[in-house]
Design a protein around this ligand. Structure first.
Ligand code: GBH
Length: 505
């Protein structure tokens, strides 16, 4: 709460000159998407099956509206329109991900699918024609199904498979791509995919899968980072980072117990994936390591369910970053005693045994988990600044959902973006080394387990039209104004809802 008070003060002091505050000229404004959510063409031109193809085809009812990404927004065929939208918005950068199985149908580098390589070359070249910098995520959740059959992230060899794939990507695209991200949201890969059942491959190995995955994933990241650093950076000169999802967690009360509970919640949600890379000592968070070891022993396991990193592995993983990628959406209040839910045993949340809630005053979106909480993004950025010695940060996702019925006049989304962009300015004022901001998302797309029921787009996508027609929402005009003016103006409204491409774009 003390922190909240301080933040309140910072916000209050900066309230007066707000209108004039500017983002630096070299600050990168962009939007973000991910391959499975937009590409479609799931089995075209030699693409291999991935775990989302497999899950949605064999187990379709796990998706809320029983939909899938078979066609999605059909960006495989509409990529020129995508780039046209980037030009309309005046973007400096565009973050997208590569579909591993489109490039490597079996997951391994023995067979490269040239049509897949051509697609990404075309997409990248089209962006570069208009000076839009590609920011490429290597892994946004669509593992080749063949690798899943070999255990996926439960198999320690996944780090070699990932390194091979990463090297190929640097070799194919690194002459033009200078911004790389290895993984998007390790928690969603490990906890939701292996430790629970809310993402493919819905393994639901609670209390075990998420921990084994965490070890293999951070090592996979480090191998891909070292490969870039040693063998590609000298000639290509780019940067390589790692993107994590960080909600803001604050203690429900000032008590020492709630403050410690909050730290534990952070350790399970993100620090387990980021301390090994960004902390000075390296390795998994100490409290969590101790708790899981003790609980595992109590429960009769012969060793901790959280496999340790060896000293050699710790040293290998530590420091493997050029920047910290932050995906941020919402906030929770954490308690040591209140709001606890029943948890499976063993499970990650049973291990830490804390409760959490939200403030009902925070406005709601179309997603149960997403609310507009004051200063949530600022809290996260300041937390990283102090925890990891002021790393370079990019906000690699931030956005708001509505239902399709909300239409083009998405005032709630405009309010959310304005608030979070103001917090970015607050963070810059506080000395955070924030270099860019990617709005999620350029357009409506396949929202994973929620199918197409939750829309995050600056552009609405008509899924009933064969062309998947894209139409700008109010938020698209508002974001364009932010990019052009390099500042936030809550009052701004466009004169018409017609998009044009400004000179120089
Ligand atoms: C990001 O995840 C993803 O990177 C992106 O692909 C996605 O489209 C976007 O956000 C919007 O969701 O249903 O209660 O189990 C954000 C973090 C973590 C938010 C998992 C949804 C599911 C909560 N996500 N969470 S629940």
């Amino acid at each position: 709460m003390k922190l909240l008070f301080l933040l309140g003060l910072i916000a209050a002091c900066s309230a007066i000159p707000r209108q004039q505050r500017k983002f630096p000229d070299d600050f990168l404004f962009g939007t973000a998407t991910a391959s499975y959510q937009i590409e479609g063409a799931w089995n075209e031109d030699g693409k291999g099956e991935n775990i989302w193809d497999h899950m949605t085809h064999t187990n379709p009812t796990v998706i809320k509206d029983v939909s899938n990404g078979d066609v999605a927004t059909d960006s495989y065929h509409n990529y020129k329109r995508d780039v046209e939208m980037m030009r309309e918005l005046g973007l400096d950068a565009y973050r997208f991900s590569l579909s591993w199985s489109r490039i490597l149908p079996s997951g391994f580098t023995n067979e490269v699918n040239q049509a897949g390589v051509d697609f990404y070359n075309n997409y990248i070249n089209e962006m570069l024609k208009y000076n839009i910098k590609p920011m490429v995520t290597l892994y946004h959740w669509d593992l080749p199904q063949k690798l899943q059959e070999l255990g996926g992230f439960m198999n320690p060899m996944v780090s070699d498979w990932f390194e091979d794939y990463a090297r190929l990507a640097y070799q194919l695209f690194g002459d033009r791509v200078k911004l790389w991200i290895t993984f998007n949201e390790p928690r969603e890969v490990c906890y939701q995919g292996y430790g629970y059942n809310t993402k493919a491959p819905i393994l639901n190995a609670t209390g075990i899968g998420e921990y084994i995955c965490a070890k293999h994933l951070v090592i996979a990241h480090a191998k891909a980072y070292h490969a870039y650093d040693k063998d590609f950076r000298p000639s290509q000169g780019g940067v390589c980072g790692y993107t994590t999802n960080l909600h803001s967690f604050e203690p429900l009360t000032d008590s020492a117990e709630d403050t410690y509970a909050t730290e534990l919640r952070k350790q399970t949600d993100w620090a387990i994936y980021t301390d090994p890379i960004y902390s000075e000592e390296g390795g998994f968070p100490k409290d969590l390591v101790a708790i899981v070891a003790a609980k595992s022993a109590e429960q009769g396991y012969p060793r901790s369910r959280l496999p340790e990193l060896t000293e050699e592995e710790k040293a290998y993983v530590r420091g493997t970053y050029d920047f910290f990628g932050v995906n941020h959406y919402s906030a929770y209040l954490v308690s040591a005693t209140e709001h606890k839910l029943e948890q499976a045993v063993p499970s990650m949340y049973d291990d830490i045994d804390v409760g959490w809630t939200v403030d009902e005053a925070w406005p709601v979106s179309a997603s149960t988990w997403l609310r507009l909480a004051p200063n949530s993004l600022l809290n996260v950025l300041l937390d990283l600044q102090s925890r990891y010695n002021n790393p370079v940060i990019y906000v690699t996702e931030n956005g708001w959902s509505q239902t399709l019925e909300a239409g083009l006049m998405d005032e709630d989304r405009v309010r959310y973006y304005n608030a979070k962009l103001e917090e970015c300015l607050d963070a810059l004022d506080a000395g955070v080394r924030l270099k860019g901001y990617m709005a999620w998302s350029l357009m409506d797309n396949f929202e994973w387990m929620q199918g197409y029921t939750e829309r995050f787009g600056l552009y609405e996508v008509d899924l009933t039209s064969p062309e998947r027609t894209r139409t700008p929402r109010l938020s698209a005009f508002m974001y364009k104004h932010v990019i052009t003016s390099r500042s936030v103006d809550q009052e701004y409204r466009p004169q018409t809802m017609t998009m044009t491409i400004d000179e120089g774009h």
